[in-house]
Design a protein around this ligand. Structure first.
Ligand code: DX5
Ligand code: ZN
Length: 218
């Protein structure tokens, strides 16, 4: 599958309903919601009330990316705020298996995210339990950063692990995504591309989402 999850981190927060409705009217599969706590990452974005406000207007499932320490404390809150997918960082979870089970019990799809320096092999024993693996292609914390080229290698390796283990999880890539790298990212095995600034800074975001979805190797 080739899916797009526009990140509302790059939206106009004073016109959030308008921007959510733009995503609703587009070819996007999900709405990506970036939660930052100023601890796990050096930035603060927004929390549950904003997530809930987005959910109120969204017709697409919310893909909530928790860039926070001790995510277990807030899983139920984000589920109640409308999250369909809840992704936690491998680097923030000492008891990742327990956290994943908790997300499932709440009725959401569990995802696990990896920072750029974390090898995909660390997930070998949990791949059968997750619905999604998010490969960060920038260091998390800010939109508008430059894509890290080493990401391709990680996706290829993860896609191989998925094949060999006969697993079903989706592969999502997040950070610095644009139409120059989207085709190759899909070709390596990515299912969902997150895109923030490339979508929201474009003149025609709905068309940009379609262009990303249709991207082929250049
Ligand atoms: C970065 C966030 C991303 C961010 C991507 O820490 O996890 O989801 O919104 O933004 P762009 O597409 O601008 O790199
Ligand atoms: Zn994200």
């Amino acid at each position: 599958m080739t899916g797009i999850a526009p990140s509302i981190l790059a939206a106009d927060f004073a016109n959030l309903q308008r921007d959510v409705e733009m995503i609703n009217s587009s070819a996007a599969e999900y709405i990506h919601v970036d939660i930052m706590d100023g601890m796990f990452v050096p930035n603060i974005s927004f929390g549950m009330p904003v997530c809930q406000a987005v959910h109120k207007h969204a017709t697409k499932p919310l893909d909530v990316h928790l860039m926070i320490e001790q995510p277990d404390r807030y899983l139920a809150d984000f589920r109640n705020a409308g999250a369909s997918i809840i992704t936690v960082h491998y680097e923030a979870c000492t008891h990742l298996h327990r956290t994943i089970q908790h997300i499932k019990e709440l009725g959401a799809m569990p995802g696990v995210a990896l920072n750029p320096h974390t090898p995909v092999e660390v997930l070998s024993e949990i791949l059968g339990d997750v619905s999604l693996v998010l490969i960060m292609s920038v260091n998390p914390g800010f939109g508008g950063q430059v894509f890290i080229e080493n990401t391709y290698k990680k996706i290829a390796k993860l896609a191989q692990m998925r094949r060999e283990g006969n697993h079903q999880f989706l592969i999502e890539v997040d950070g610095g995504v644009n139409t120059s790298n989207a085709g190759k990212l899909f070709a390596e095995g990515t299912d969902i591309l997150v895109a923030g600034s490339f979508v929201f800074n474009s003149h025609n975001p709905v068309q940009t989402i379609q262009d990303l979805k249709n991207a082929v190797v250049k």
